[in-house]
Design a binder for this molecule. Structure first.
Ligand code: SF4
Length: 251
């Protein structure tokens, strides 16, 4: 199935980079997850599923205060204690199980070495992570991008919604199709994917709401297919059934 909508003269890659520039100019660099350990990024990616970042941060704070942002401590914590500590993030039983399973798997498969995990070829790394309990494509790609520093675009619900409303993707484009489109048309740069994803989330939170897009003051308004025309307000709820990887994705 051909998933790229018909586009006028400008190549999609150029259009996307224009979006990136406009968003960066308006919102500034988001600098997601700077100066964090890879383990903390992984835990944050799990904890922010289906909740906002503030709740995930509270759970991370509990883990930090209990000394569990260190691998040698985390590998010894009980599932019950994990559940208690990550409770502020919601879905705490599920998230505690995901973290616990990941720890056990990393010990068994990679001798507990994040270095060994991320030393694998990217596609193999992604394949392995996707097989783990509780890790969907968004969480997996957030881990690979932000902890592994490998260029996998997190094609989350906000990204798909914005690109669909601008005619770059069909409304029904799924995660894999959207990611394929972005990988095909953007240079495979970690810094670009990192910042662009964060900026699209910011645009989604501030302007491109699921039911009522606020185009008037949106930095992407000049790029609407028919400038001046408002997009349809109600699109498919892309978030159903998908894990969430980044702050505030449930807006
Ligand atoms: S709010 Fe409007 S202009 Fe902004 S990204 Fe959404 S559809 Fe585009």
């Amino acid at each position: 199935m051909e998933l790229e909508a018909q586009q006028p003269e400008t190549p999609p890659g150029i259009t996307l980079l224009h979006y990136y520039s406009a968003l960066l100019q308006r919102f500034g660099a988001q600098r997601w997850w700077p100066a964090r350990t890879r383990l903390e990024v992984i835990l944050g990616a799990v904890l922010t599923q289906n909740t906002n970042w503030n709740n995930a941060a509270l759970a991370l704070k509990n883990l930090r205060q209990s000394g569990l942002l260190r691998w040698d401590s985390l590998r010894r914590v009980s599932l019950e204690d994990l559940e208690r500590l990550v409770r502020p993030a919601g879905f705490y039983r599920q998230k505690a199980r995901t973290i616990h399973s990941f720890v056990e798997w990393l010990l068994a498969r990679h001798r507990g070495s994040l270095h060994a995990l991320f030393a694998q070829p990217p596609q193999e790394l992604r394949r392995q992570l996707l097989q783990l309990r509780g890790l969907g494509p968004e969480t997996t790609d957030a881990i690979i991008l932000y902890a592994g520093k490998m260029p996998f675009f997190v094609a989350d619900a906000y990204t798909r919604r914005i690109l669909a409303r601008h005619g770059l993707l069909p409304v029904a484009a799924d995660y894999a199709s959207a990611q394929t489109f972005l990988h095909r048309h953007l240079p495979a740069k970690v810094e670009l994917f990192n910042e662009f994803h964060a900026l699209l989330v910011e645009a989604g939170k501030r302007h491109c709401k699921r039911q009522e897009p606020k185009c008037d003051d949106c930095p992407l308004a000049p790029f609407l297919p028919d400038a001046g025309a408002q997009p349809q307000g109600i699109l498919r709820d892309y978030s159903s059934g998908a894990s969430m990887a980044c702050p505030e994705e449930t807006t």
